[in-house]
Write a protein that binds this ligand. Structure first.
Ligand code: GLA
Length: 390
């Protein structure tokens, strides 16, 4: 929507009247959230059926038996809509996003809902060695390379196909030396909704030359509903006794240290806001949470993290085969983008939980390897499962 100055009085006067009316209502009405007051829907397909880089993009929806609905697009294999029932059975839009590809393009460096590759998270100074040869990547997050470089997997057009009403599959061939990475890498990302309201994301990749790969999804969640305020009162549990501290450029120091006694201890549930601004060197680097947690278990059958929306009662459990979880509390969100419901993407109004191998693993011999060789298949799975607090 375009706002011109001459339209402003027409918009401001009704807005003022509305807020005056809200002040006169009992407090219950005044604290009504987007989640309570708005009928939500998945975005229309028209915003996602475009031509990007000379390729036709596509849009697909999936519906679970449990009533969850999700939407994905072949542009960046983005997850562009997640609607889940709240405690009253009403659908809530719990993942932030836009109504069209243009919205995603404008907010590219935030990675809303994006599939991230070839390498999720940071590689120090954009350099790494494989078989004695040094490779150089774009340092798009100075001085480091972040989330695949200048034009990562989030900004390319994948081939998509709907397998059935609950499954959509995307494939993408990243050419040898694309963004500086060696090897033709064929990647497959499959979105599947489970009967019990899980979004299961399966990743696969093969290469014809030794390379590195670390794929993830960068959805931003607000379990009270997108645009409904900060996530600081959400409670979170992360089953990680250790995390990987970083330097001030957010590259791991290489140490894996206990969370006990630090703001990073989420082993028992606490609000995200409780220690997010604690006086702590690691917190000052975020600033806030933007760290990799070393998961105690990662076997797909154990919930490794649980977040609960304080207003909606919606819970999200994460299951993964990945050893790490980047918990990012939206510290770089600054309100510069309008979400699909017209709300701003303000500071810490969503969080991301990116399952991954550890950041900078190609330069950190103590971390589990992200090297993929010809003949091997990279295979990993993560589930974001939604339910309602009892
Ligand atoms: C990741 C990074 C953050 C930030 C976001 C996107 O989560 O770790 O530092 O770059 O992506 O804004």
């Amino acid at each position: 929507m375009h706002l011109s100055i001459k339209n402003l009085p027409a918009l401001i006067i009704p807005a003022c009247l509305l807020s005056l009316m809200a002040c006169n209502q009992p407090s219950k009405t005044a604290t009504t959230t987007m989640a309570d007051s708005t009928t939500v829907a998945l975005p229309a397909d028209t915003g996602f059926k475009k031509t990007v880089d000379g390729k036709q993009t596509d849009y697909f929806t999936m519906k679970s038996k449990g009533g969850m609905q999700i939407a994905v697009t072949s542009y960046g294999a983005h997850l562009v809509g997640v609607l889940v029932p709240d405690k009253t059975g009403k659908l809530v839009s719990v993942a932030l996003g836009f109504n069209d590809i243009d919205g995603y393009k404008k907010a590219l460096s935030n990675y809303y809902g994006a599939t991230i590759g070839r390498y999720g998270n940071r590689i120090a100074k954009g350099k790494f060695k494989l078989d004695g040869k040094e490779y150089t990547l774009a340092t798009n997050n100075a001085p480091n390379s972040l989330h695949g470089g200048k034009k990562g997997f989030n900004d390319v057009v994948w081939d998509g196909k709907q397998i059935d009403s609950t499954t959509v599959q995307f494939t993408y061939l990243s050419k040898d030396m694309e963004e500086g990475y060696p090897g033709n890498l064929t990647s497959k990302v499959t979105y599947h909704v489970t009967d019990d309201n899980g979004i299961e994301i399966s990743y696969e990749a093969t290469t014809d030359k030794t390379t590195v790969v670390n794929l993830t999804n960068h959805s931003y969640f607000n379990l009270n509903g997108e645009g409904s305020g900060t996530i600081l009162d959400h409670t979170a549990m992360i089953a990680a006794d250790n995390f990987t501290p970083v330097d001030k450029t957010l590259i791991p120091t290489g140490k894996i240290v206990p969370v006990k006694g630090t703001p990073f201890d989420f082993t028992t549930a606490k609000t995200i806001g409780k220690d997010i601004d604690a006086k702590d060197e690691q917190i000052s680097f975020g600033p806030g949470y933007d760290h990799n947690f070393a998961l105690n278990k990662h076997d797909i059958n154990t919930s490794i993290a649980k977040v609960v929306g304080d207003k909606s009662g919606i819970e999200m459990d994460i299951y993964t085969e990945e050893p790490g979880l980047q918990f990012y509390a939206g510290n770089f969100m600054d309100g510069s983008h309008l979400l699909r419901n017209g709300k701003k993407d303000d500071h810490r109004t969503a969080f991301a939980m990116e399952t991954q191998h550890f950041p900078d693993a190609p330069n950190q011999p103590a971390f589990a390897s992200t090297t993929l060789k010809p003949g091997q298949t990279y295979k990993t799975k993560t589930i974001y499962k939604f339910s309602v607090a009892k």
